[in-house]
Design a protein around this ligand. Structure first.
Ligand SMILES: [Zn+2]
Length: 306
């Protein structure tokens, strides 16, 4: 009897440990180099290696679910998905570009919008990247002298805001890439302190895009087809976040910018493709002319650290 109780306690502890580790699907970037070598990169852990080792690597880190994204159609995704399934790893989404066509969410495993979606939800999450030596060097360049703009981006990925945050935190490729917020259909995730400027505008160390603007990445911009709703709701939430940021810094909707305004990069690609930046600006301006609603008040509380 005592043995049984002990076993029960041990197995409960084990289950609790596994549950604690599982914080949603891991985001995985899959690529194929010029020499044909296929590799992976896991955003949260920064683990990288040969693609054939991906299933065991995910198991090792306690992940049972993965979101995949790739920019190469040459990889055998059928084989990869089967290998992951054999290891008991569920692929919740798999973004693969179609050869010869615009990038497309070919294997949309995320599914359609839940029917009973209820009210739109938006929570403020402060999850700043770690202040280690590497991040200070490549992602936390220095204090803002002034904040004059809010710059809008699209991630060009299917990933969530928390996954994008993990990607910034864990990348070690000596690229200077950072932004202040990632926003998806549920959350506005703050990644950088509001008094530190980021590297998101592509206009260099003196450019006003990098040194005078808050960077907002609207996530899920490669969610299309049946998963399109996730992008639409992410953009709706970005309106609330952008409005709260303008209000917080005492700016107007005229001070909203696109990444393209600073460096010519085709970003935010979804908004540009669908020619919607001026209507986005108009919706933010209308919101700004009114008193903040419940959702915006939560964001404003988050911004002021309360
Ligand atoms: Zn951008």
């Amino acid at each position: 009897m005592r043995k049984m109780i002990l076993m029960l306690v041990v197995s409960t502890l084990f289950l609790a440990a596994v549950a604690a580790k599982e914080s949603g699907p891991a985001a995985v970037a899959v690529s194929r180099g010029k020499n044909g070598e296929e590799s992976f990169f896991i955003f949260g852990t920064g683990a990288t290696g040969k693609l054939s080792d991906l299933p065991s690597e995910l198991r090792k880190s306690g992940c049972r679910e993965a979101d995949l994204s790739a920019w190469s159609s040459e990889i055998d995704y059928g084989k990869l998905l089967a290998a992951l399934e054999r290891k008991g790893i569920r692929v919740t989404r798999c973004y693969v570009p179609d050869p010869g066509r615009a990038s497309w969410f070919r294997k949309n495993l995320a599914g359609p919008e839940p029917e009973a979606r209820g009210k739109r939800s938006l929570s403020f999450v402060r999850a700043l990247i770690e202040e280690n030596e590497y991040n200070r060097r490549y992602k936390l360049p220095g204090k803002f002298e002034t904040v004059k703009y809010v710059t809008i981006h699209n991630t060009a990925e299917p990933f969530s805001a928390r996954q994008e945050r993990d990607r910034v935190d864990s990348r070690r490729d000596n690229m200077s890439v950072s932004f202040h917020f990632a926003v998806d259909e549920r959350e506005a995730v703050q990644i950088l302190p509001l008094d530190i400027h980021g590297w998101h505008a592509g206009d260099g160390a003196q450019g006003p895009g990098n040194t005078q603007s808050i960077g907002v990445e609207i996530c899920r911009s490669q969610c299309r087809g049946a998963a399109d709703w996730q992008y639409r709701r992410s953009e709706e939430n970005a309106e609330i976040l952008a409005c709260a940021l303008l209000r917080h810094f005492g700016l107007t909707a005229e001070q909203l910018r696109m990444h393209r305004d600073w460096s010519g990069k085709y970003c935010p690609h979804r908004i540009l493709e669908e020619n919607r930046f001026e209507s986005f600006r108009a919706r933010v301006a209308e919101r700004l002319s009114e008193k903040p609603d419940r959702e915006e008040r939560e964001i404003l509380r988050g911004l002021s650290g309360r």
